[in-house]
Design a protein around this ligand. Structure first.
Ligand SMILES: Nc1ncnc2c1ncn2[C@@H]1O[C@H](COP(=O)(O)OP(=O)(O)OP(=O)(O)O)[C@@H](O)[C@H]1O
Ligand SMILES: Nc1nc2c(c(=O)[nH]1)N=C(CO)CN2
Ligand SMILES: [Mg+2]
Length: 232
């Protein structure tokens, strides 16, 4: 998704979620500074070679657990959206790429990175504290933002970690994107937040995020060049 296509979505998101564009911009600058200072940044071209034709994107919906038990996903590139990383690690699956705004379980995000996963870390106005505190703990990081892209900070479109991961796969050349554990139902998967012990009833701000995520994935289905499939 090009910036001009993303801009109207972003403007609606900012309005409906009450975000600050200025803070989102500040976060992008902060992430850029952290990655440059530590020399841990990746360029798009370096991540492109990791993404094959067939990509599985794992969301953190409650359905993920059973699906991981019953199916083998070793024939594609594995991209975990934030909290889904924990569910994969529990089954000793190391994702190729983790897409996160750093609010999943930090130890699991780091473990995946140490075991070889490339990180795609997203900067927004509400995670600057996390970027400042933990940004330097990761290696092989492609930075993303939701405002205008900077030199090493990309914007491929997408809002939540899950739909953003699908937009990333599209931008990096995937031909088939299979969404696993995306149920967007009335429960948030227990891997979604570090403090959740069980799947939790959907709360209001998360419901709004899910509505945008679904809309963006529909856009990708209609306008992307990759085939988008919902794994059942
Ligand atoms: N029922 C579900 N519960 C949680 N995540 C889901 C569900 N269905 C689909 N997903 C997708 O899985 C992704 C990973 O979940 P996670 O909650 O860890 O990420 P997140 O977007 O960072 O959440 P937040 O906006 O609260 O930071 C979500 O971004 C969402 O796109
Ligand atoms: N400002 C701001 N932007 C976001 C936020 C958030 O909580 N605040 N959460 C996101 C992941 O779902 C993506 N973008
Ligand atoms: Mg997150």
């Amino acid at each position: 998704m090009e910036w001009e296509e993303w801009k109207p979505f972003y403007e609606r998101i900012v309005r409906e979620m009450g975000y600050s564009v200025e803070r989102d911009r500040e976060a992008a600058e902060l992430l850029r500074a952290v990655l440059l200072e530590n020399d841990t940044y990746l360029l798009k071209e370096e991540l492109e070679v990791v993404v094959g034709k067939k990509v599985y994107v794992f969301g953190a919906g409650p359905s993920l657990e059973k699906v991981l038990e019953e199916h083998d996903f070793s024939d594609g590139t594995l991209i975990a959206a934030d909290g889904a990383t924990t569910a994969l690690l529990e089954r000793e699956i190391i994702p190729d790429i983790v897409v996160t705004d750093l609010d999943g379980r930090l130890l699991d995000l780091r473990k995946a990175n140490e075991k070889g996963a490339f990180m795609v870390i997203h900067a927004h106005g509400d995670n600057m504290d996390k970027i400042g505190a933990y940004g330097a703990l990761f290696d092989n990081v492609l930075g993303t933002c939701q405002t205008e892209p900077l030199d090493i900070i990309y914007n491929f479109g997408g809002f939540t970690d899950g739909d953003r991961a699908a937009f990333l796969a599209e931008a990096l050349g995937a031909e088939k994107i299979i969404l696993v554990g995306f149920d967007f139902g009335s429960f948030v998967g227990k891997w979604s937040k570090p403090w959740l012990k069980e799947h939790a009833p959907l709360w209001e701000s998360k419901a709004k995020k899910f509505a945008f995520a679904k809309e963006l994935l529909r856009w990708l289905e209609e306008n992307g060049s990759a085939k988008l499939v919902w794994f059942q």
